[in-house]
Design a protein around this ligand. Structure first.
Ligand SMILES: [Zn+2]
Length: 599
């Protein structure tokens, strides 16, 4: 439990927090501590060593007036273990990871030590990894859940005559110019710097190295704020094989760690620019939910379509053409869009995050790993759902078509292809062929009623967010009810007998519930319920007010909250596990609340 540290914003495992040094001075994390100001006692921050007799103080709340922390030894100290789920034994604001320089021996040690430390300590306490931060590795450290670094490495390498850059380090003697605009580098030339006497030269180099690190910390903060840290880290790790190896090991071995911490939706675009992007939690989570939380509407024809650059796909010029051609038979057709890196996107989920929020470099060339991944998604979908359709039509060309025919061949499924070799999917010939095949397969015309189109989308979105069953409970008409869906795509709003139950929030790619909507499907919301104490919340629910919370809740999830005095809905600001384990920070932003009348 912390007293002077509070996490304010999360992006995966990375956080922006506030460390209160005094009532006037608050420092933001990710934080760069200056080692010399610490040793001069200028930074009001207290480190208690395990061997100190004062260690017992860490059980006491009383003498705790400035941020305090203790050293986390390689073996996680037994006293760190928690008394119960809610109360950790040690009362500190941060932990310092000891022997951090040993982390640099192998990428696997680096991952193990930091992730184990982050897992062992409570989420509302900061983690300080000392002595190893550089402008090259800082983003990765914060991405792993580190909150505090220092300039120890920057200073030591300065004394060693090493000039650091954003992508690595170079001995000063090998530089022809100073590739930097900091106050040191812009005030003198490289030969002037080299000519300084050794102490002064060391100090100047240390100052440059520290300023560079300071700039990097500011950049990381901005990326966390904007929700782009993953993209930035994928870019940064390219500087060194060690760092790239760390990211790949994290993606392979720490899926649970990141799944718990990755927001379920964001209001920014996910850029899948590298091979590692395929391994992002957002990508894996979407693929998993399409299999586990999606039930296709009953239609006789499955139509496979390629993705478009513009999202949602329906608003793209290519999809407008597809839709125009199939419009009169749409009541028979279920549309499934093939794409990298998401695999397959059912039409009903096209506005969800990340389906409407990703961008990839388009070259027409798919690398082997991308093909394997998209094939596996299509295969899994067909294995699960193929029996629900009478016929499969693929309006695909190039690699999409190759992947489809490969998968269909393996599974022994017949597919009708409507594009010839080297034919564009939007060519007149291909579109005409699609129209003829569809007409021949479907027979009589059957347009999709507007209500059904909108309802199937709301149903699929509710299932995707809360689990199968929630969707049909939400949209299906019960006796005496008048169910209507208003609004222009994708701003649909569901009302029953005049009361709004849910609406699509396209900015986040989510469905938002009203109190009435939550009441209607409350039996399906058990995993998304936050149980709160005996109070009526106003703008937000703080972590100490949370009694229990569903373990599936992730940042930005729609949640229902219930206590003896209140029932309401809101958006989660931290994961359900974090709400339970934290004693500080906002757990839920309240959107609507109703007072429960006391008997
Ligand atoms: Zn500089």
């Amino acid at each position: 439990m912390s007293k002077f540290y509070e996490v304010r914003k999360r992006d995966g495992a990375a956080r922006i927090g506030l460390l209160s040094l005094s009532s006037e001075e608050k420092r933001q994390t990710p934080l760069l501590l200056r080692v010399d100001s610490l040793s001069r006692g200028e930074e009001v921050i207290q480190v208690i060593h395990a061997e100190d007799t004062h260690f017992n103080d860490l059980f006491q709340d009383e003498p705790w007036n400035v941020p305090r922390g203790t050293v986390l030894l390689p073996e996680v100290h037994p006293l760190v273990t928690k008394v119960n789920e809610a109360i950790p034994l040690l009362l500190v604001d941060y932990f310092v990871l000891s022997f951090a320089s040993a982390l640099l021996n192998s990428p696997r040690d680096f991952v193990r030590r930091i992730i184990d430390a982050r897992n062992a300590i409570p989420p509302d306490v900061a983690l300080w990894v000392p002595s190893i931060a550089t402008a090259e590795n800082a983003a990765l450290l914060f991405y792993m859940g580190v909150d505090v670094i220092d300039d120890m490495n920057a200073v030591i390498t300065g004394y060693q005559g090493i000039y650091q850059t954003e992508e690595g380090s170079i001995p000063l003697n090998e530089l022809e110019d100073l590739p930097c605009n900091c106050s040191v580098c812009s005030s003198l030339r490289v030969d002037e710097l080299r000519g300084k006497e050794s102490k002064e030269k060391a100090l100047l180099l240390a100052e440059h190295n520290t300023l560079l690190l300071e700039k990097e910390v500011k950049k990381v903060k901005e990326h966390i704020r904007a929700g782009y840290l993953r993209e930035y880290v994928e870019m940064k790790v390219r500087a060194a094989p060690f760092l790239t190896a760390v990211l790949r090991i994290l993606d392979l071995d720490e899926e649970d760690f990141y799944e718990k911490r990755t927001p379920v939706a964001r209001n920014n675009c996910m850029m899948a620019n590298t091979m590692e992007s395929l391994k992002r939690i957002e990508v894996k989570r979407f693929a998993t939910r399409v299999l586990e939380r999606y039930d296709p509407p009953v239609r006789q024809v499955l139509l496979l379509l390629p993705c478009s650059a513009r999202k949602p796909y329906s608003l793209s010029p290519s999809h407008a053409k597809f839709i125009e051609v199939i419009e009169r038979y749409r009541g028979y057709i279920h549309e499934l869009i093939m794409t990298s890196p998401l695999g397959v996107v059912p039409r009903e989920l096209e506005v969800m995050y990340p389906a409407a929020f990703y961008d990839i470099p388009v070259t027409g060339y798919w690398d082997a790993e991308e093909q394997v991944w998209v094939s596996s998604c299509l295969r899994a979908y067909l294995e699960r759902n193929v029996g629900k359709y009478e016929q499969i039509v693929a309006h695909l060309s190039g690699t999409y078509k190759e992947i489809c025919s490969h998968v269909a061949g393996d599974l022994g499924i017949d597919v009708v292809y409507t594009c010839e070799e080297d034919e564009e999917v939007t060519s007149k010939e291909a579109l005409n062929r699609l129209k003829e095949r569809i007409a021949a397969l479907c027979g009589d015309e059957e347009r999709m009623p507007g209500f059904e189109k909108k309802a199937s989308m709301l149903k699929a979105m509710a299932d995707y967010q809360f689990g199968i069953g929630a969707g049909s409970e939400l949209v299906s008409r019960k006796e005496g009810e008048r169910v209507i869906i208003t609004g222009k795509f994708p701003l649909y709003k569901l009302s029953v007998n005049g009361d709004v139950l849910a609406r699509i929030v396209p900015e986040y790619g989510l469905l938002a519930l009203t109190v009435k909507g939550a009441r209607r499907i409350r039996h399906f919301l058990a995993s998304y319920t936050v149980h709160i104490g005996d109070f009526l919340p106003k703008g937000s629910i703080l972590a100490p007010g949370v009694v229990n919370a569903g373990e599936h809740i992730r940042v930005n999830d729609e949640v229902m909250f219930i206590g003896s005095k209140a029932f309401g809905v809101g958006r989660a600001r931290m994961g359900g596990w974090e709400m339970v384990e934290s004693r500080k920070g906002v757990a839920v932003d309240v959107r609507e609340v109703e007072e429960i009348e006391q008997e």
